[in-house]
Design a protein around this ligand. Sequence first.
Ligand code: FES
Length: 103
Amino acid sequence: MAQFHSICKKHDVPIGSARMFVVNEIPIGIFHVDGEFFALDNRCPHAGASLSLGTMDRDTVSCRIHHWHFCLRDGTYLDENRPEFDARCFPVRLKGDEVQVQV
Ligand code: FES
């Protein structure tokens, strides 16, 4: 059963930025948008580039390689209606100063 894991401290990912952490051998991108944290599988569904190195714009991220866009809230691939290209999304909760992700 998926459990929440403490993945980092809030200050490890400043507002408007993202970082990659590994939980259970899964690379997870943590994205910080105005006090809200989101977690996506860091591997772009197109060709595996690091989504945490992409460009954030509010609650979306653009992959740095071919510029596909994904919703940070649920991983939806935004450029076409192609659910097979949605990014895997993980629930996030805050516990004190810790960012926890359900993996
Ligand atoms: S690898 Fe991300 S859009 Fe191509």
